[in-house]
Write a protein that binds this ligand. Structure first.
Ligand SMILES: *[C@@H]1O[C@H](CO)[C@@H](O)[C@H](O)[C@H]1NC(C)=O
Ligand SMILES: *[C@@H]1O[C@H](CO)[C@@H](O)[C@H](O)[C@H]1NC(C)=O
Ligand SMILES: *[C@@H]1O[C@H](CO)[C@@H](O)[C@H](O)[C@H]1NC(C)=O
Ligand SMILES: *[C@@H]1O[C@H](CO)[C@@H](O)[C@H](O)[C@H]1NC(C)=O
Ligand SMILES: *[C@@H]1O[C@H](CO)[C@@H](O)[C@H](O)[C@H]1NC(C)=O
Ligand SMILES: *[C@@H]1O[C@H](CO)[C@@H](O)[C@H](O)[C@H]1NC(C)=O
Ligand SMILES: *[C@@H]1O[C@H](CO)[C@@H](O)[C@H](O)[C@H]1NC(C)=O
Ligand SMILES: *[C@@H]1O[C@H](CO)[C@@H](O)[C@H](O)[C@H]1NC(C)=O
Ligand SMILES: [Cu+2]
Length: 568
């Protein structure tokens, strides 16, 4: 059966803006389905869009309107799709975060997302329902400049690579384990994917399967990723990570990477041998095909920050006209030391806004919120907490509850703006006996300037702290600084970079460290701010901000239907 596959591009009669530039409407029809695929040679039920994982790439120009009609053809599961990095100014109901901005899209129904991509850059989309992103529902959004404008750097070709980690257990099995008493951790991924392709060692299966097709290294689904380059040319590689758990190091054997873009903002260029990339981040790097063209080179991803088994993601950089099936004769480059966070911290600190493209942050903020991340046991389950509050979703999405004054839809008590920072030892294990779970939210004054300090700490394991990439919906923030140890309220703000901070939507907080952000609460709506690790969010590592609700326009009826929203 041929899957329904449409991709209509309708250059509607100019929605002419002030510059006389023509903004188009780009329409997509997606069918989301369960299918068996073998991205790492091991067959499992995945979620595809129009038969593919990763799904189709959305390509647009600045200020175009994107319309995606999503049909949920899954057997039983609900879905929602988040447009990661798109701020949804004026359309907060199409952010795609289930439980925050919309009710889920039920099986057998179609939902229409419609939004403007108002800034050029590299973005992604992915499921935002439970931990469903892990099942393969994700893809890229590439927004180009308007005709006649050019980037502040030169390249010959533009290529796109999404990095991921991959589990053989289903999302449901993972969720069941994480909710169980006793708690059952998901463990490390079985493989790493480079643009949807990986390689699991089929001989290492502990219980050999009676089905010889279950793990099949000649399945075309797992033919390794190839990037074919023409000698002498420069490539812009748009590298994104949508891992469920892993922090990654990405490299191309023998080639240097010049970082020029991060989360849709131009970076003052700097050169790296390997790019550290955290779930939810996007980068553009320039790579020149300037090495010996008679051979091919490894493209690798490796897990850092966790003691994972060595299951590198491997692809090949092929110098045209070498044979694309020819693997390099060398051994793949070694991974960085997993537990040395110094080079990762150094790379985070090296990312600055490009000269000529600096958005100067406001000099002071109106409110400072410190988020201490801790792990704890709550009712016999392991959870993550922020200032002793482990986040739970309400049945009624916040945006709807707030707009319609449904005060019983969620806990009206706001969670705390900080923790006992004078006395709390971030290097110790704490029982954190007073942790609670709540679905209360942070209400921000409209147009106020908010500082967020992410404070990392020890987990429930001795001498252990993890990397958490935090992602903010609806805004970009300035990254004012990173530090090691406990944030010093009195001295560290003096070291903030107010000169050329990068703006991003996702940022890591390094083990036992802190990260300081500033943003303007200028986008009416309700916005999730959470760790981008699927299992961590599932375990409560997130908060919700709301601002300017009185300025939110009339909510579309398509987002209703769950909790207390029936009949609205
Ligand atoms: C995009 O739209 C915004 C808001 O309407 C406008 O300020 C900006 O100039 C537009 N940019 C282009 C390139 O059309
Ligand atoms: C996969 O899920 C099953 C339960 O469905 C569980 O017993 C098993 O330990 C899980 N495997 C891994 C590697 O997490
Ligand atoms: C694959 O797994 C088998 C069995 O564990 C092991 O002997 C072999 O070395 C592995 N191969 C690779 C390439 O890691
Ligand atoms: C493995 O995949 C190849 C290519 O699709 C196919 O020809 C072969 O029959 C498969 N082997 C098994 C045991 O299913
Ligand atoms: C990393 O772990 C190894 C043991 O696996 C240990 O010997 C080493 O000291 C650790 N390095 C750092 C920087 O913590
Ligand atoms: C919600 O409450 C606000 C302030 O009390 C009021 O202005 C608004 O009309 C109410 N909205 C609805 C839908 O009842
Ligand atoms: C969280 O609870 C611990 C004790 O379990 C306490 O030391 C800490 O101050 C509390 N933090 C907040 C923000 O209430
Ligand atoms: C936990 O809360 C109770 C009641 O508020 C308080 O008496 C107790 O001291 C707290 N425990 C800790 C460790 O903070
Ligand atoms: Cu996390």
């Amino acid at each position: 059966m041929v899957p329904v596959r449409f991709l209509l591009l309708i250059p509607l009669i100019a929605l002419l803006n002030g510059y006389g530039v023509e903004a188009r409407i780009r329409r997509y029809k997606w069918e989301v389905k369960n299918e068996f695929k073998s991205p790492d040679c091991y067959r499992k039920m995945v979620i595809t869009i129009n038969g593919r994982t990763p799904g189709p790439t959305i390509r647009a120009q600045q200020n175009d309107t994107i319309i995606v009609e999503v049909t949920n053809s899954l057997f039983t599961e609900n879905i929602a799709i988040h447009w990661h990095g798109i701020r949804q100014i004026g359309t907060p109901w199409f952010d795609g975060s289930e439980g925050i901005t919309q009710c889920p899209i039920l099986p057998g129904t179609t939902f229409k997302y419609q939004f403007v991509v108002d800034r050029p850059g590299t973005y992604v989309y992915h499921a935002h329902y439970g931990m469903q992103r892990d099942s393969g529902l994700y893809g890229s959004i590439i927004v180009g400049l308007p005709d006649g404008e050019s980037e502040p750097f030169a390249y010959d070709y533009d290529r796109n690579i999404i990095l991921n980690d991959w589990y053989h257990n289903s999302t449901t099995e993972q969720a069941v384990g994480l909710s169980k008493v006793p708690f059952q951790w998901i463990g490390e991924p079985q493989s790493l994917l480079i643009h949807g392709r990986g390689r699991f060692n089929c001989s290492s299966l502990s219980v050999p399967s009676s089905d010889p097709g279950l793990c099949n290294t000649t399945n075309p689904d797992c033919f390794p990723f190839r990037l074919i380059v023409v000698p002498g040319k420069t490539y812009r590689l748009r590298v994104s990570s949508l891992t469920s758990l892993s922090a990654l190091s990405f490299q191309i054997e023998g080639h240097k990477l010049t970082v020029v873009e991060a989360d849709g903002h131009y970076v003052e260029p700097f050169v790296v041998q390997n790019l550290f990339i955290y779930s939810g981040e996007t980068y553009s790097v320039l790579v020149k095909a300037d090495q010996d063209p008679t051979t091919n080179y490894w493209i690798t991803s490796n897990i850092v920050s966790r003691p994972a088994p060595n299951t590198p993601g491997q692809g090949v950089l092929v110098y045209y006209p070498n044979h694309p099936r020819r693997s390099p004769l060398t051994i793949p480059p070694a991974a960085p030391v997993w537990n040395d966070s110094r080079p990762r911290m150094a790379q985070s600190q090296a990312i600055k806004a490009r000269r000529g493209y600096i958005h100067t942050p406001p000099a002071v903020s109106d409110r400072v919120i410190v988020f201490l991340n801790t792990q704890n046991e709550l009712n016999g389950r392991r959870r993550w907490s922020v200032n002793n509050v482990s986040f739970t979703h309400p049945l009624t999405p916040y945006l709807i509850a707030l707009k319609h004054n449904l005060t019983h839809a969620f806990d009206q008590n706001p969670p705390p703006d900080g923790y006992d920072f004078l006395n709390y030892d971030i290097y110790e294990r704490h029982p954190n006996a007073n942790t609670t779970s709540s679905n209360g939210i942070y209400r921000l004054n409209f147009n106020s300037i908010v500082d967020v300090i992410l404070q990392n700490a020890n987990t429930m394991n001795p001498k252990n702290s993890e990397t958490h990439p935090w992602h903010l919906h609806g805004h970009d923030f300035w990254v004012l600084g990173y530090g090691e140890g406990k944030f010093d309220m009195f001295n560290d703000p003096n070291k903030y970079n107010l000169v050329n901070p990068i703006m991003k939507n996702t940022v890591p907080v390094h083990p036992f460290g802190w990260t300081a952000l500033r943003f303007k609460a200028d986008n009416p709506g309700a916005w999730s701010f959470h760790c981008h690790i699927e299992s961590h969010l599932f375990m409560g590592m997130g908060v919700v901000f709301a601002e300017g609700i009185e300025k939110v326009g009339k909510l579309p009826s398509s987002i209703m239907g769950c909790g207390q929203t029936q009949g609205l």
